[in-house]
Design a protein around this ligand. Structure first.
Ligand SMILES: NC(=O)c1ccc[n+]([C@@H]2O[C@H](COP(=O)([O-])OP(=O)(O)OC[C@H]3O[C@@H](n4cnc5c(N)ncnc54)[C@H](OP(=O)(O)O)[C@@H]3O)[C@@H](O)[C@H]2O)c1
Length: 275
């Protein structure tokens, strides 16, 4: 993966996600001198990372007001974005792209705060980004050039896969599928462990079995070219144990229907938070 590009990058917020991006960029060989981090209190492991690579860190974006950044990555909590925007406004240039990972902050929000002729990429990553195995859904407004889109794609690929959607409304749907999705998978592991305990397994063994099953199945799906449906069929013998369990998951309140409702609820909440 090559995340190198011309010009400097300002990373605003180097917490969980911003820190994972920074780690990914440095690991993939991005020149540390091209990166400026602005964060009043990054976690200790990110401070160590920045020291090791000599990445500059400033508390206030205003300290860099002379700099010409080709990319500004906004990775702060959505609720403090209002307070952060005035600090990054001096970096708006015709060739600058603003890349936001903040849940629920629309391109319209950034256009209103920074200018409507601005290049803005709105994204929704997910928590496996912490181990470089995230997936990010991204949307580019009409001002983003093909070269800027490619830069952003490279930058985001430092934390996993990237998909681009043509319609911004689909970012809310992606929030319901992949943004919030890791929590559904963790919940599945919790429920599987609880079911094992109810059926007589000791707590620690049930948890170990459930955890390894979910992570192992995830890894198998990651490595296999087969669709999840085919992988499921491959482990389901007619009248076997898996078939007996899947019949229950389908017949008593169909899991697909439940998941459809869950994703719709998350997407609706994402739309409501964006207002
Ligand atoms: N974590 C994920 O996997 C994930 C997934 C999808 C989307 N996101 C989005 O990513 C964004 C960041 O989430 P996160 O989990 O990385 O949050 P986080 O760990 O709290 O990181 C935010 C960082 O911004 C710093 N900060 C606070 N005020 C600032 C300011 N005025 N200027 C610059 N930096 C400031 C925080 O410092 P203090 O801690 O000292 O306040 C912290 O280091 C959010 O908008 C979230 O919606 C995250």
């Amino acid at each position: 993966m090559d995340v190198d590009f011309d010009g400097k990058l300002l990373l605003v917020g180097a917490g969980n996600l911003g820190g994972a991006l920074l780690r990914g960029w440095l690991a993939s060989g991005m020149e540390p001198g091209k990166i400026v981090v602005q964060d009043p209190g990054p976690p200790d492991h990110i401070i160590d990372l920045m020291k090791t690579h000599n990445v500059s860190c400033v508390e206030e974006a205003g300290n860099q007001s002379d700099a010409d950044f080709s990319v500004v990555v906004l990775s702060v909590k959505p609720q403090i974005m209002d307070a952060v925007l005035p600090g990054v406004r001096p970096f708006v240039r015709p060739n600058t792209v603003f890349l936001s990972v903040a849940a629920g902050k629309t391109t319209g929000y950034f256009e209103a705060g920074l200018g409507d002729d601005l290049s803005i990429v709105r994204t929704i990553p997910n928590t496996p980004a912490a181990v470089g195995r995230g997936i990010t859904a991204a949307f580019a407004n009409s001002n983003v050039t093909p070269a800027q889109k490619q830069h952003c794609d490279h930058l985001l690929s430092a934390i996993g896969e990237v998909v681009w959607v043509e319609n911004e409304d689909l970012i809310d749907v992606a929030t319901g599928v992949s943004g919030s999705g890791p929590a559904y998978v963790f919940y599945l592991a919790e429920c599987l462990a609880l079911a094992g305990v109810s059926a007589g397994l000791p707590d620690d063994i049930a948890l170990k079995l459930a955890r390894a099953t979910v992570s192992g199945a995830g890894e198998l799906m990651h490595q296999s070219p087969l669709d999840p449906g085919k992988l499921r069929e491959n482990v389901t013998s007619p009248n076997g144990t898996t078939a007996a369990a899947l019949e229950v998951l389908r017949d008593s309140g169909d899991m697909a229907e439940l998941m459809t409702k869950a994703v719709a609820a998350a997407a609706n909440r994402s739309r409501a938070l964006a207002k």
